[in-house]
Design a protein around this ligand. Structure first.
Ligand code: GDD
Ligand code: MG
Length: 336
């Protein structure tokens, strides 16, 4: 089986972390987001992944020098310019010579969805495309997808205004597509699968959806990126993952609660780290307090600083001693 994985977005919502690394090359715990996505595809029997690349493609190519990841062979399709989701799938599929049914996946989705069941459902529906659908509380930041009792999609509404969504079931960013879908997408143009291609297939009554209650999160916002970490260490997805690398150092007078610490992290005396992510080789100075925040790798938080409410510190950034931050970003947006 083949899968096209979309990883070419700019990751703007996760800046400044994504100024120096594409979103899917950020760690989620001990491995990258992309590795988690590819592992899942491999477990479902996918043998070839086509990475649809745009922003900072070299970061991906360098990560897998022998062209394999989790035993899956990786094909790199680098867009000359951002083609948006449908344009990117069309470009990547043509680049890799795909002529058969395939998976297409948003590369920032972490899920325990049953991919084999989706493939089977697609076979049974007999349409041009089948989407996995997941329930969320606030559908307004997603593609909203009501289906009828036969699984046929009634409408595809990308990011509806708050309070107007006809359903809480949203596009989980995981599709089985027939090659016929590719023929609908004009070559080399910017086309959104959510705003153009799917609505056109709905009009032809050939789009289907499969509900799934499996664990699902789109890790593309700071809140969700943090939550994806907490879910892993809380054991929401099964056996909890280790929260602290054995190569992290926590001073005996420091307190670390429900947080992910990467290798080489140093938490100094009297510091407090709660519900946070501290990536590799970062330092939290003496007496600093970090809560619900994300520190990029190689960063340093000075003594007695207080960072809370989704403060994000970019890779290799230093935050001065005594800084107070409620949700600020370092560096701040005017320096991006
Ligand atoms: N190659 C390429 N080129 N990839 C792209 C481009 C592009 O121009 N634009 C976005 N991507 C990639 C992103 O890197 C990401 O992996 C995926 O496409 C989806 O883009 P996001 O920017 O993360 O979209 P979203 O989260 O706002 O919404 C999408 O995902 C939701 C579920 O996670 C939509 O598909 C929604 O309908 C869906 O509900
Ligand atoms: Mg996303």
């Amino acid at each position: 089986m083949l899968a096209v994985v979309l990883v070419g977005g700019f990751g703007t919502r996760l800046r400044p972390l994504t100024l120096t690394k594409p979103k899917q090359m950020l760690p989620v715990g001990s491995v990258t987001m992309l590795q988690r996505v590819v592992d899942k595809l491999a477990a479902a029997g996918v043998t070839q992944v086509v990475l649809s690349l745009g922003y900072q493609p070299d970061a991906f190519i360098e990560e897998f020098p022998d062209g394999t990841c989790a035993g899956v062979s990786m094909h790199y399709a680098v867009e000359p310019e951002p083609l948006d989701t449908a344009g990117a799938i069309r470009f990547a599929a043509a680049h890799a010579g795909i002529t058969e049914r395939f998976f297409a996946i948003n590369g920032d989705v972490l899920t325990d969805l049953d991919l084999a069941a989706l493939w089977k459902a697609h076979d049974a529906f007999g349409g041009q495309a089948t989407l996995a659908l997941t329930p969320v509380e606030d559908p307004s930041r997603y593609g909203v997808v009501p289906i009828d009792q036969d699984g046929r999609v009634e409408a595809f509404i990308e990011k509806p205004a708050a309070g107007t969504a006809p359903s809480n079931w949203i596009n989980a960013g995981t599709y089985v597509l027939e090659p016929a879908v590719l023929d609908r997408i004009p070559d080399g143009s910017r086309v959104s699968i959510e705003r153009e291609t799917f609505p056109a297939i709905v009009a032809d009554r050939a789009l289907f959806g499969m509900h799934s209650d499996a664990y699902w999160i789109d890790a593309g916002t700071p809140e969700a990126y943090l939550q994806a970490h907490l879910d892993l260490i809380d054991g929401v997805r099964g056996e909890p993952e280790a929260s602290q690398s054995p190569l992290a150092t926590v001073h005996a007078d420091a307190v670390v609660t429900r947080s992910v610490l990467g290798p080489g992290v140093n938490i100094e005396a009297g510091a407090r780290v709660v519900d946070s992510v501290v990536m590799r080789n970062s330092r939290v100075g003496a007496g600093a307090q970090i809560s619900r925040s994300i520190l990029g790798g190689g960063s340093s938080v000075g003594e007695a600083a207080r960072l809370s409410d989704l403060t994000i510190v970019g890779f290799s950034q230093a935050v001065a001693a005594g800084t107070e931050s409620v949700g600020q970003r370092f560096p701040s947006a005017e320096n991006w």
